[in-house]
Design a protein around this ligand. Structure first.
Ligand code: SER
Length: 322
């Protein structure tokens, strides 16, 4: 990776992946793009490096930027998440698949590598829920998952048919403190920390006992770079690798916070849409292929992440930044 372009850079992952890539490859080698230039996260990206306004569905403008900056690696982070997708499935398909198809086509024409995240959402009710294997039944019940499975197949197709170096991971819920996720099923595990720091009661939309895989953002950033730098000769799989760092359900994260903030309170008001999605996803994935093929090894668990999340968010809160 020498010259990198990120589409959808203003979102939860991009707002932290961009500075991470800038530190590794140099700010002059990272071009952040987003459909909106006027959001807080886009403005921050523009202050700290190269930023271009780009609608990833506009193939001509997308290709022009790839040519202009001599891009060799595209990170496609454009997506409507699982719960939002259910409100407008046609729009979710149009955005999620449109951005990916443009990324792959432009990568083919300009000989770029492509990273695009898949998700635990690619699995469904008929997938094994415990130690979900790398290769297994994938019949998701959400449009988000349908897009993810299609995207995995397309990534492998562009690799075998056109030689595009397409790679991907199935991310679990990502927990972070820079930019909030929006419209996902795993978002509760981010929002709960903000409520705890603000001294508010947290109303949990996910039922007690509903386990999902999760990961702290620093591990997610390391995974992306490690996979994209991996020796292609060692990759048996490409699109897409199971990776996980922890698996918990709402009462476990609540108890982890309460051990540090004993006054914190959580109640449940289960959202049936999110509950059904969560119950159709794995409880815990088997990520042994990622470990064997490119050395995946997470560093953060629920306890260390909870210490760090509370510390960082409390610091921002005390400075009036949130
Ligand atoms: N975080 C995503 C969601 O909840 C899963 O990939 O939709």
């Amino acid at each position: 990776m020498k010259n990198i372009l990120i589409v959808g850079a203003g979102g939860q992952i991009g707002s932290e992946l961009v500075p991470h890539l800038q530190r590794i490859y140099g700010a002059d080698h990272v071009v952040a793009t987003d459909i909106k230039a006027d959001t807080k996260s886009s403005q921050k990206l523009a202050q700290n490096g190269i930023f271009e306004e780009l609608d990833a569905l506009n193939a001509a403008q997308f290709a022009e930027l790839v040519g202009r900056y001599r891009i060799d690696t595209i990170f496609n982070l454009v997506a409507l998440l699982s719960a939002t997708g259910e409100k407008n499935p046609q729009l979710a398909w149009k955005i999620n698949m449109g951005a990916l198809l443009n990324s792959l086509e432009i990568a083919r024409e300009h000989r770029c590598a492509v990273f695009t995240p898949s998700s635990i959402g690619a699995f469904g009710e008929s997938s094994p829920h415990d130690n979900t294997p790398q290769d297994t039944v994938m019949r998701p019940s959400t449009i988000y998952g349908v897009c993810k499975v299609t995207g995995e197949l397309l990534g492998d197709y562009y690799h075998s048919r056109f030689g595009v170096d397409a790679r991907s991971v199935r991310f679990p819920g990502i927990i972070s403190n820079e930019t909030l996720p929006g419209g996902g099923t795993t978002d509760y595990a981010v929002e709960i920390y903000y409520a705890a720091v603000r001294g508010q009661e947290f109303v949990c939309p996910i039922p007690q006992g509903s386990y999902m895989d999760m990961m702290y953002m620093p591990d997610a950033l390391d995974a992306v770079v490690q996979l994209m730098e991996a020796d292609p000769a060692k990759l048996v799989h490409r699109n897409s690798f199971n990776i996980t760092a922890m698996s918990f359900e709402p009462s476990a994260i609540y108890e982890a916070i309460r051990r540090r903030r004993p006054d914190f309170k959580m109640t449940y008001n289960v959202d049936p849409v999110r509950a059904a999605i969560a119950n159709s996803w794995p409880n815990k994935m088997d990520d042994s292929c990622a470990r064997a093929e490119w050395g995946w090894s997470p560093k953060w668990d629920l306890e260390s992440m909870t210490d760090d999340m509370l510390r960082v968010i409390a610091d921002k809160y005390s400075k009036g930044l949130i």
